[in-house]
Ligand binder design. Structure first.
Ligand code: GTP
Ligand code: MG
Length: 135
């Protein structure tokens, strides 16, 4: 079994779809092992998105993710990383298939509701960053 870090980003919290996202994770059969509502400090946001530090949208990304409370959670199950990314849908919500979280609830790439770890390496790094007590 595997663990993944999921964020319901500030747009997901302000749109009121936290319950919807958690419900989809649970209905899929993934198990919640940690869950917290928090507002990220700039340093945490920069560390979380360090792979994008050189991208032109990095500043915007950090502003956005620190702009309000988010929900961080860890979900566990067989192939949890891939399973959640499949629930989330494509990064660009307009291309995301309806039925996925982004396909159903978002229109803009900069406000695409959720984050999910993209590899076992990033999952381990991100879980350590958000929930050091789980490591
Ligand atoms: P995450 O699960 O959030 O990491 O999304 P992803 O893995 O599908 O995409 P990626 O890691 O490539 O990009 C991280 C986040 O940066 C995306 O989820 C978007 O919210 C944001 N992003 C990506 N491309 C752009 C862009 O061109 N402009 C803006 N404003 N944001 C972008
Ligand atoms: Mg990513």
């Amino acid at each position: 079994s595997e663990r993944t870090l999921v964020l319901v980003k500030p747009d997901g919290v302000s749109r009121g779809v936290v319950g919807e996202v958690i419900s989809r994770i649970e209905r899929k059969g993934l198990k919640l092992v940690a869950l917290e509502l928090r507002t990220l400090a700039r340093e945490t946001a920069e560390a979380h998105y360090e792979e994008h530090a050189s991208k032109p949208f990095f500043g915007e990304l950090v502003e956005f993710i620190t702009g309000g409370p988010l929900v961080a959670l860890v979900a566990e199950g067989p192939r949890a990383i891939e399973a959640f990314r499949s629930l989330a849908g494509a990064t660009d919500p307009v291309s995301a298939t309806p039925g996925t979280i982004r396909g159903d609830f978002a229109l803009e790439i900069g406000a695409n509701i959720v984050h999910g770890s993209d590899s076992t390496y990033s999952a381990e790094r991100e879980i350590k960053l958000f929930f050091p007590e789980l490591a």
